[in-house]
Design a protein around this ligand. Structure first.
Ligand SMILES: [Zn+2]
Length: 371
């Protein structure tokens, strides 16, 4: 029988890497059963952690290692546990993950909180927004925001005005409040986002306009679910704003060719006279163009570069020309009736509409936007 080095030093079929290591790196849990090797842009750290805490607190780890998992990691972990129970192994199971551009500092805090251990992050100082944001991104990645809910309530005990006016960090506040499940902050900052968000022509991306000069547009890192819900909500609000203008434009589509006597008369001259109709449709088209509503459609790109904050005051000052009555003189001269001016109709009171939409925004319950 030949000498076999592997059977001499380790139990059969135990990989070399499972041998106990003298330096396990950062100890989160001394009696933990996993050495979690975390790779990131700022180096690799090994954390001694407990599989129970990972699986209980994080859906990411539950999917990776939990009972029903079909991942190779779960199979290897089960085999490891079995060998340990048979006293064939004394080492921790080695699990490697890559958090890419997320930070090790945030990872340490996250694992400490996941294990109910003391951690250094207790301050309610708004300047920590970047720290909270880093942890929120990781918590989002590991799907474990719930475990932060109580801590975040303490961290984020801030006067409303502080985060509402922190526009440069609007996208970070949205993610922090979404992941940490903080309804008050989520409501406040998503309302700001709705007022300030805009899109660019031929782009799917969404930005916040955080300064009047337009030079400090913030590209959003908000999670995709919340972002698309916000885009839809913004579209709804703009549609409400612009409803009367768009209704007139639709009504006069193809005018004067396709306009027939059977057409709905809401925004038409009450006596179906061409002169009046031309003034009404012309004015609506002019304002639709002025407000960049020209390419109106289902896509948010239709209102590129327009924020609700810009649109509201613009809509409030819309006025149609005041025309004076010109009566039919027997020839082909057009006829105008001052009483046909759509601004006189209650349903086309743009000023009132704009005010109502802003009121709607204040009253909106935006928590529904959270996935
Ligand atoms: Zn008329």
């Amino acid at each position: 029988m030949s000498w076999n080095p592997s059977s001499e030093f380790t139990p059969p079929s135990t990989p070399e890497k499972d041998k106990p290591k003298p330096n396990p790196g950062t100890i989160i849990n001394l009696v933990g059963d996993i050495n979690l090797e975390v790779k990131s842009f700022n180096g690799t750290t090994v954390y001694a952690v407990s599989s129970h805490q990972l699986i209980d607190g994080s859906k990411f780890f539950s999917k990776l290692l939990g009972g029903g998992s079909t991942f190779a990691e779960a199979t290897a972990f089960k085999a490891h546990i079995l060998k340990k129970s048979q006293n064939q192994l004394f080492s921790r199971f080695k699990l490697t993950i890559d958090i890419e551009e997320k930070s090790q500092e945030a990872m340490t805090t996250l694992l400490q909180i996941l294990h109910g251990k003391p951690h250094s992050l207790i301050s309610d100082d708004i300047r920590l927004v970047d720290t909270w944001y880093k942890i929120a991104r990781l918590a989002d990645y590991f799907d474990c925001g719930g475990i932060f809910e109580d801590w975040a309530r303490i961290w984020l005990k801030l006067p409303t005005a502080t985060y509402e006016s922190d526009l440069q960090n609007l996208d970070k506040w949205i993610l922090i409040s979404e992941v940490f499940r903080n309804p008050a902050i989520f409501e406040a900052v998503t309302k700001q986002a709705l007022l300030l968000m805009f899109t660019k022509k031929d782009s799917e991306e969404v930005f916040w306009k955080v300064s009047q000069t337009g030079n400090e547009d913030v590209f959003t890192a908000t999670s995709p679910g919340v972002l698309s819900a916000l885009v839809r909500k913004r579209e709804d609000l703009i549609k409400k704003f612009a409803e009367p203008l768009l209704a007139i434009a639709k009504h006069y589509e193809g005018y004067p060719k396709t306009l027939t006597t059977s057409t709905q008369k809401t925004y038409r001259c009450r006596l179906s006279k061409d002169g009046c109709d031309m003034l009404i449709s012309g004015a609506a088209r002019y304002w639709i163009h002025q407000l960049s509503l020209t390419e109106w459609g289902e896509n948010c790109g239709s209102t590129a570069d327009v924020t609700l904050q810009d649109l509201a005051p613009q809509l409030s000052v819309i006025n149609f020309p005041t025309w004076t009555d010109v009566t039919y003189n027997g020839g082909y001269a057009p006829v105008y009736h001052s009483s046909c001016n759509p601004l006189l109709a209650e349903e086309f009171n743009v000023n009132k509409k704009a005010t109502n939409v802003l009121k709607d925004l204040v009253g909106l319950n935006l928590l529904e936007l959270r996935p």
